[in-house]
Write a protein that binds this ligand. Structure first.
Ligand SMILES: Cc1cc2nc3c(=O)[nH]c(=O)nc-3n(C[C@H](O)[C@H](O)[C@H](O)COP(=O)(O)OP(=O)(O)OC[C@H]3O[C@@H](n4cnc5c(N)ncnc54)[C@H](O)[C@@H]3O)c2cc1C
Ligand code: FES
Length: 300
C-alpha cells in the first residue's frame, strides 16, 4: 500500500467553516501531569455540540482578558469532552492551567492537518515522543490500540527530562498490556526513558536513562512497510529523523508535528509562516520529505 501523502497529509477542515468566534467550554476535570503541566477536560456550553477532531489537530484556546494560544488535543472523550494538556510557560498557558472546575474558556477549531492513521493501515508504526510532544500523539496512540489488528508491529518510545516530567505516565502500562485482537497479530512495545534521575528519585526509578532515540531498535524487519510519527523539540526531531532514515524508513513515511507562533490559525495572518507553508493550515503534521529543506536550517 502506498501512502502517497504529499505535503499537507490530509486536510479535513475548511478554514472558512470555522468561525473566529470562540465557543464556550466549561472545565469539568483537571489532572496534574507534572509540576508545570495540567490536562484540562472541558465540555461545550452550547448544548453538547461535538467538535469533529482528528488525532494531531489543535484548537485555539482563549482565556477571557488574557489571550489565545494554540494547544493540541490530547484526547477526545466519548462523551464529547475535549482534553488539552497545557504546560505553564507564559500568560495564557498559566491562566489556562489556573482555571478551576466550573470556569469557562473559549475554543475555536479544530485546525490543521492530522496524523494520517488510516493511510498507515497494514504498516508497522514507530511513535517517538519527546516531553510534551506526547500530547498530540496520544490520540494517535489510542487509535493504534483501538484498531490494533490493522497495523503491523507498533513501537511507542517516549522520552522525558526526568521521571517527574513524564506526562500520561499512568497510561504506559495499559498501552503495553494491550493485546492484539486477532490471532497472529503483531506485538506492541512501549518503552520510556528519561534524560536524568535526581538522586532522591534513583531508588524508585527502574526505567531507562538516555535520549529517546536510544530506544529505537537497531534494525526493523520490513522498513519499506514501516512509518513513523514524531513530536517533540525540533532538535530531537532532527536526530530522530536521521535514525529513522538509517533504519530504512522512507522520507515520505516519516511524519512530524511542527510548532510556530500563531494568531489566526486559518492561514490569513502569516504569523506561522515557514517558507512557503503556513504551519496552521499546511501543518502542524507534515511528512518529512515536505519540510526536509527547512528542518536543516538552524533557528528558522
Ligand atoms: C500547533 C501547536 C500545538 C501546540 N500544542 C501545545 C500543547 O498541546 N500544550 C502546550 O502546553 N503548548 C502547546 N503549544 C505551544 C503553546 O501554544 C505555546 O507555548 C504558547 O505560546 C504559550 O503561550 P503563553 O502566553 O502562555 O506564553 P508565551 O508568552 O507565548 O511564552 C512565554 C515564554 O515561554 C516560551 N515558550 C513558548 N512556547 C514554549 C514551548 N512550547 N516550550 C517552552 N517554552 C515556550 C516563550 O519563548 C517565552 O519565553 C502548541 C503550539 C502549536 C503551534
Ligand atoms: S496563524 Fe495566521 S497564518 Fe497561520
Amino acid at each position: 500500500m502506498s501512502l502517497g501523502l504529499p505535503i499537507n497529509v490530509q486536510k479535513q477542515v475548511d478554514p472558512r467553516q470555522n468561525s473566529f468566534v470562540p465557543r464556550v467550554f466549561t472545565v469539568t476535570g483537571k489532572t496534574r501531569e507534572t509540576a508545570d503541566t495540567v490536562t484540562i477536560k472541558a465540555h461545550s456550553g452550547d448544548g453538547g455540540v461535538q467538535l469533529e477532531a482528528r488525532p494531531g489537530q489543535f484548537n485555539m484556546l482563549y482565556v477571557h482578558g488574557i489571550g489565545e494560544i494554540p494547544v493540541s488535543l490530547s484526547a477526545v472523550g466519548s462523551d464529547g469532552s475535549l482534553l488539552h494538556t497545557v504546560r505553564r510557560v507564559g500568560p495564557v498557558s498559566k491562566a489556562l492551567g489556573n482555571l478551576r472546575i466550573g470556569e469557562s474558556f473559549g475554543v475555536r477549531g479544530p485546525y490543521g492537518t492530522h496524523w494520517p492513521l488510516e493511510s498507515l493501515h497494514g504498516r508497522s508504526v514507530i511513535v517517538l515522543a519527546g516531553g510534551l510532544g506526547l500530547a498530540p500523539l496520544r490520540p494517535a496512540i489510542h487509535h493504534l490500540l483501538k484498531f490494533r489488528d490493522a497495523f503491523g508491529e507498533v513501537g511507542i518510545y517516549c522520552g522525558a527530562r526526568s521521571p517527574a516530567d513524564r506526562i500520561f505516565a499512568s497510561e504506559f502500562s495499559r498501552w503495553q498490556r494491550e493485546k492484539p485482537h486477532a490471532t497472529g497479530a503483531k506485538s506492541i512495545q512501549v518503552r520510556v526513558t528519561v534524560d536524568r534521575v535526581p538522586d532522591q528519585a534513583k531508588a524508585a526509578w527502574h526505567g531507562e536513562i538516555g535520549v529517546v532515540t536510544s530506544l529505537l531498535p537497531r534494525s526493523i524487519s520490513d522498513p519499506v512497510n514501516a512509518a513513523a510519527m514524531i513530536c517533540g523539540p525540533e532538535v530531537m526531531m532532527r536526530h530522530a529523523v536521521q535514525d529513522l532514515l538509517q533504519l530504512g524508513i522512507a522520507k515520505e513515511h516519516i511524519y512530524l508535528s511542527l510548532e510556530r507562533n500563531m494568531k489566526c490559525a486559518v492561514g490569513l495572518c502569516g504569523h506561522c509562516q515557514l517558507s512557503r507553508y503556513f504551519v496552521c493550515r499546511d501543518g502542524p503534521v507534515f511528512s518529512f520529505d515536505a519540510v526536509e529543506h527547512l528542518l536543516t536550517v538552524k533557528e528558522l
